[in-house]
Structure formats: C-alpha cells, structure tokens
Design a protein around this ligand. Structure first.
Ligand code: HEC
Ligand code: HEC
Length: 475
C-alpha cells in the first residue's frame, strides 16, 4: 500500500532560491500573483512542500486502482503475457516498469511508480512525474524528464483493461478532438492533450461543449516533444521550447484541465501549484557521476566560449544566460513544434484564468527555439527538443547523426556523452509489435527529424569535440 505521505525525501537546499523569488527582475512578478517569500526558510519550506505534493497529491482524476495497475500485465498481448504469468511478482513489477518506462521513487517508499499518486483509498492518478520523473544511467534524478516513457503502450494496455472490466470513463465533450500518442518512446504529445482541454473551456475554465477557438487541424494536435529538465527553469523567464509564455505557476496548471474536472476543483489547487512552481524553480542539476579530465575540460572551456556561450550562456565567474530565441530559419532543427503550434490556442490560454486574463506576457513574434541552459546537460540526453540525437558527439557531428537508433534503458556513453545507443539504416525486420517499434527512434517520421543545429557551421576537429565534451561534463 502506498502511504498517504512519504517520510524520506532529500532536502533540496537552494542557495539561489530566495534571491530569485524575493526580487525577481522580471516584470511579470508585479503584474501577477506569483509566489513571493519573506525569508529563505519560507521559500525552502514551500519548495519542499512542492516536491512532496508531486509525489502525494492527486492532481488528476483517478485512472485505475492500485490493484488494477499491478494486474495490467494480464492485458498484455502474447508472448509478453505468458512471460509475465510465469514470472515472480517482483520480476513482474520490474517487467512493468521496463515496458512503460516507469520508475519507483527514491523519495517515496512502496511499489507504486513515481508516475502515480494515490488518494489513500487505493485509487491512482497520473501525476506530472509521468513525464517529468525520469532516470539517467539507471538512477532516478528529481526534476529530470522521463526519456524512457512509452505513453502509447501504457494507454493501449489501460484501454484493454477498461474494455475487459467494462469500466466506463466520464464522457468526453462531443467537440473535443482525438489526440494521438507518439510512435517513439521518450517523446510525448503533452501539447495535443493540453490544447484539446482548453478548446472546450471558456476563459473562466468552465467546460463548454463548443470550440472556444478555431478547431486545430490534426497536425496542430500532434506536437512531439521530449520533456525538459525542471532545473533549467530557474534561469528562464519564459516556459517551453519556443518560450511562448512568461513563466507562472498558473501556466503549468493547464496540464490538469482534464475534461471531467470542474473549474472549482482546478482552482482549488492553486496554492499547491505555487509550491510546485517554487520547487521547479529551485531544483538543482545533478553532478556528472564519472571521472572528469580537468585539464582537457579547461581546453574545452575555450572551445565552448568561442562557439556556444553566445547562445547557451557562460558559466563560472560572470556567468550569464541570454535566453536567446533562435529563429527556425537559423537553427534549422525539426520545425513541427513551432510551425504547427496553434496560435489561437495561445491567445485563448492567455486570455483565460490560466493567463491571468491577459496579464501574462506572450511571445509570438518570432518562430524559433530557445537555446536552453546547458546545466546538467550530461543528463538530458537524448538531445534537441524532440530528443532526436542520442549523444553530444552526434550533435556535434551533423553529417553522421544516426537516422534510426535504439538505446539501452540504463547504459551511459561517457565518451560520446549521452545515452548508450545503437544505430541502424532502417527499422530492423524483427521489430514487429508496436511496443518493439516504439523502441526505435525513426528520424524520417514527421516531427522526429534530427536536422539542424550545425554549430559551428564549419564543424569542430575531433580533438576539439573531445575537449568540449569534457567541459560540458562540468556544467
Ligand atoms: C504527458 C507528459 C507531461 C505531463 C503529464 C506534464 N508535462 Fe510538463 N512538459 C511536458 C513536455 C513535453 C514539456 C515541453 C513542452 C515544450 O517545450 O513545448 C513540458 C514542459 C513543462 C514546463 C516548462 C519547462 C521549461 O523549461 O520550459 C513546466 C514548468 C512543466 N512542464 C510543468 C509541468 C507540471 C507542473 C505538470 C503537472 C501538472 C506537467 N508539467 C505535466 C510533458 C508533460
Ligand atoms: C546560434 C545559437 C546557438 C549556438 C551557437 C549553439 N547552440 Fe546549441 N542550441 C541552440 C538552440 C536554439 C537549441 C534548441 C534547438 C532545438 O531543441 O530544436 C540548442 C540546443 C542545444 C542542445 C540540446 C539540449 C538538450 O538538452 O536537448 C545542446 C546539447 C546544445 N545546443 C549544445 C551546443 C553546443 C555544445 C554548442 C557549441 C558547439 C552550441 N550548442 C551552439 C542554439 C545554439
């Protein structure tokens, strides 16, 4: 059984927190209701409550009971079902974690994956950590995006469970569009769902069964993105790959607008979301856990300063982060996420309670991607907003990035810096079942291209790449 609250979690001490929250240089702080703390201790307590809430508070409607979760293997297709039937309960639990890309939490005891919270009565809800809780090199790191998540396989199994048990879900508004799940694990379509939720909510967040903005096309509801690390937020003033909106605690509440949740219940969570937001802005990047050649890293620092710092910011004395938005035509990475993102959705979101009725600044003038901070970049592989490049070496070698690749769940490539991956010319013939196919990243699928980001344009020598990689390990 999952206890209602957990008793062992790391104190996430944040020296910068109070500086950021007490005297934000950003204009949003004046115009909105963002949390402000009068002491370091208050900010620290809010941050701890925020992480605790992510692990214990149901922020979404219940998906199923705990028992139904642990019985999900009974709805697996063969041969996986027979294998699970023959396994011990412990092995079976492990098989489920591997199949879906879930993990048990280091900070909450019990067998329920960190991806769910319990209501204490045996019902499980999906939490933000479905996507925002993940491991690197086999170890869960708080705040890391889940690069192993196979949401499509999980929901497929859940639908089979519902069908077999005759479980009826609350009706979905007639005008709500279908939202596809992504064909590759590690990349998800959080936006498709968020856009569908807002389509049928008015500015006060009442569910209204008629479209509140131009109904998005199928392409506009299919926006594959990897889940970014939370620890990057503290350096940013805007959220998301294209920085379309100033960061606020209300904006992240848009991911809890499931059709069946009435507005009052959404609004009732606002104080909890202030705490979650405070934690997100406080969580620290993890240190590189393997040896670093410091002399080589110092050489790499020079390569970084002249080729990367201009966009990604500098570290050490006089550190700065420019939060540069680079136009699509310049960065040249996969265009789908910005090109097909529905502007009408952004305007409606901003005009609603979520956008503080138009008080939250939005940025739509330039279509492009923000050059993210590279703090803890060793842990955020695979790289780019669509997770299309398995290692930094591949990122720095545009002409030979793998077009089809698969990765191990726990391996880490210390030379190339990134996930341990194997590449192929095409999808191997033995990958036939959907769950197997989803383990191969296929860069020829819409939204999954690995093009662009050719910096510096003339390329780097292998020596300089090695030095730069060593330096990136120190960030
Ligand atoms: C289905 C997966 C999924 C779920 C569930 C989810 N997110 Fe996200 N989240 C994402 C993805 C993907 C992005 C990146 C979107 C983009 O950049 O366009 C993101 C971006 C964010 C960001 C912006 C980070 C940045 O640096 O720009 C924040 C903050 C965030 N999510 C908070 C939350 C919170 C809080 C919840 C729970 C209420 C939540 N998310 C639920 C997938 C998810
Ligand atoms: C002209 C600006 C610019 C320069 C110069 C630049 N980058 Fe980037 N970088 C970007 C942008 C924009 C993105 C986001 C693109 C995307 O996700 O589609 C990005 C993304 C990345 C990412 C992906 C981060 C992640 O977690 O997915 C890495 C790593 C990276 N850059 C490293 C570097 C390195 C190393 C250099 C120097 C050799 C460099 N960049 C030079 C603009 C730049």
């Amino acid at each position: 059984m999952l206890p209602n609250s957990f008793y062992r979690y790391s104190p996430l001490v944040v020296p910068l927190l109070v500086g950021l929250m007490l005297a934000s240089p950003h204009a949003v702080a004046q115009a909105t209701t963002e949390p402000v703390y009068s002491s370091r201790a208050d900010a620290q307590a809010a941050s701890e409550r925020g992480y605790h809430a992510l692990l214990t508070v149901p922020l979404n409607p219940a998906l199923m009971t705990e028992q139904q979760y642990f019985d999900l293997w009974q709805y697996w297709p063969e041969p996986e079902r027979s294998k699970a039937a023959a396994a011990t309960p412990d092995q079976r639990r492990q098989m489920m974690l591997e199949r879906y890309g879930f993990q048990e939490s280091p900070d909450r005891p019990g067998p329920v994956p960190q991806q769910f919270t319990s209501d204490g009565k045996g019902n499980l809800s999906g939490s933000c950590l479905i996507c925002h809780g993940g491991p690197v090199a086999g170890k869960v790191v708080p705040g890391l995006g889940n690069s192993l998540l196979d949401a499509a396989t999980f929901y497929e199994d859940v639908r089979r469970l519902y069908a077999a048990m005759g479980i009826k879900r609350p009706p979905v508004p007639k005008t709500a569009p279908n939202v596809p799940e992504e064909p590759v694990r590690g990349v998800n379509n959080a936006w498709g769902e968020a856009i569908a939720f807002m389509l049928v909510r008015d500015k006060d967040l009442n569910v209204i069964d008629s479209p509140q903005f131009a109904t998005p096309t199928a392409d506009q509801l299919d926006l594959p993105v990897k889940t970014p690390a939370y620890w990057l937020s503290k350096k940013k003033s805007r959220f998301y790959a294209d920085g379309f909106i100033a960061k606020t605690h209300r904006d992240i509440m848009q991911f809890t607008l499931n059709f069946s949740v009435p507005r009052e219940k959404v609004l009732a969570n606002e104080e909890t979301f202030k705490d979650i937001y405070t934690w997100i802005n406080a969580v620290q990047s993890p240190k590189y856990p393997y040896p670093i050649d410091q002399a080589l890293a110092r050489r790499g620092g020079i390569v970084y300063a002249s080729n990367c710092a201009n966009c990604h910011g500098s570290y050490g004395a006089g550190a700065r982060y420019p939060e540069r938005l680079v136009a699509l035509s310049e960065v040249g990475t996969d265009p789908v996420r910005v090109r097909d993102f529905p502007v009408e959705f952004v305007k409606h979101l901003d005009a609603s309670w979520i956008g503080q009725y138009g008080q939250t600044p939005i940025y739509l003038a330039v279509k492009g991607y923000i050059a993210p901070p590279l703090d803890g970049v060793w842990a955020t592989a695979p790289y780019l907003h669509n997770g299309s490049v398995p290692t930094i070496w591949d990122l720095l070698t545009p002409a030979s990035r793998p077009s089809v690749w698969t990765r191990t769940d726990t391996g880490y490539d210390q030379q190339k810096l990134g996930v341990e991956a194997k590449s192929f010319d095409k999808l191997p013939d033995d990958a036939t079942a959907p769950v197997q196919k989803r383990r191969y990243y296929q860069t020829n699928v819409r939204g999954f291209s690995n093009q662009g980001h050719q910096y510096p344009p003339q390329g780097l020598s292998d020596d300089n790449k090695r030095a730069l990689i060593e330096y990136l390990k120190t960030l």
